[in-house]
Design a protein around this ligand. Structure first.
Ligand SMILES: NC(=O)c1ccc[n+]([C@@H]2O[C@H](COP(=O)([O-])OP(=O)(O)OC[C@H]3O[C@@H](n4cnc5c(N)ncnc54)[C@H](OP(=O)(O)O)[C@@H]3O)[C@@H](O)[C@H]2O)c1
Length: 303
């Protein structure tokens, strides 16, 4: 039976300079491919159900990429949701490809970006992608400055052709943002950030001041889910789960923070959506601050 719970989903946010308004609590589709984000999902029908449940619950921001699977996640999204609701914003990303063993390889040349855009359009069944994040490679664990002229010129060209509506950046530095803004407006940045990995604090403040959306990837820790005594303690005191506290903490961190937690489970989906209604009292915020201070650096592959 469909879950008819009504969620607040953290209020709404309009991407700067666009007519795209989304709830701040969205959904990340990476978990819908097979193990290691490669090949088909274990249970395709369940993956379709998760997507439909998300949209039924009010989610109108879905994050994806054609290199999830590859192609699989976009094809599952299409099967589940096409024709898409008029308010649904699908955000994809370019910049990597997979080899036959599933390894992640850079795909950052003009030709690769154009071809990946066509893959996204075909597999999602759309004429234009609402937002495309240009995913830079850098160091595996942190973004590093690089010349992004070729990538930005190509995305701007695709935007002029109407294949991409708006541009975002991923695994990006403040230097990347500065370069990108010389070429085209940037509506969002998708970087690694969560309770335990806060190296983007200053960048996040800059983006908040510019009203550019900050969309953390691995909001729950990604391949190594967040674990912390402090998190457990706050969750117990609020009768919530640790993952709900982790998401509520992100939402309160900045009004331009948009969440895309990933899950292949309907139970987790509903748990995550409900987190947007959780209010963290000041003493909980103090306790949670210890996690960032104690946490080791991130240690997981990311795309
Ligand atoms: N730009 C980039 O480089 C990049 C990199 C990585 C991800 N992303 C995007 O960011 C989105 C989110 O990242 P992510 O999915 O990798 O990591 P995440 O949201 O931090 O965590 C997902 C993991 O947490 C589990 N989970 C989810 N909800 C849970 C809950 N309520 N309780 C317990 N476990 C829970 C999921 O397992 P179950 O399936 O069992 O729930 C999954 O293993 C992705 O979907 C993708 O769209 C972007």
């Amino acid at each position: 039976m469909a879950d008819t719970t009504t969620y607040q989903l953290g209020g709404t946010f309009t991407f700067p300079g666009t007519s795209l308004t989304v709830h701040r609590m969205g959904y990340g589709a990476m978990q819908l491919a097979g193990p290691h984000v490669f090949g088909p999902p274990k249970d395709r029908a369940a993956a379709i159900q998760v997507l439909r449940a998300a949209v039924e619950a009010g989610v109108n921001h879905i994050d994806t990429s054609d290199f999830y699977g590859p192609h699989v996640t976009n094809q599952v999204i299409r099967e589940a949701l096409h024709p898409y609701p008029s308010d649904l914003v699908i955000v994809s990303k370019l910049g990597a490809r997979r080899d036959e063993q599933g390894a992640w390889l850079p795909a950052q040349s003009r030709a690769e970006l154009i071809s990946a855009t066509e893959d996204n359009l075909r597999n999602l069944g759309i004429d234009a992608i609402d937002i495309v994040n240009m995913r830079f490679m850098g160091d595996m664990f942190k973004p590093t400055d690089s010349d992004i002229t070729e990538q930005m010129d190509t995305l701007a060209e695709l935007q002029r052709q109407g294949k991409i509506r708006h541009i975002g950046l991923s695994h990006a530095t403040p230097g990347h943002l500065e370069q990108a803004l010389r070429v085209a407006p940037v509506v969002c940045v998708q970087n690694l950030y969560n309770l335990a990995n806060r190296s983007d604090e200053a960048f996040l403040d800059t983006l908040t001041a510019q009203h550019i959306a900050y969309v953390p990837y691995f909001p729950l820790g990604g391949f190594t889910p967040l674990q912390s005594e402090h998190l457990d303690q706050v969750a117990a005191s609020l009768d919530a789960t640790p993952m709900q506290v982790a998401l509520a903490w992100l939402l309160q961190r900045s009004p331009t923070m948009l969440l895309i937690p990933g899950t292949s489970s309907i139970t987790h989906l509903h748990e995550n959506l409900a987190a947007a209604s959780l209010v963290l009292p000041p003493e909980a915020l103090v306790t949670l601050d210890h996690i960032g201070a104690e946490a080791p650096a991130a240690a997981a592959p990311q795309h």
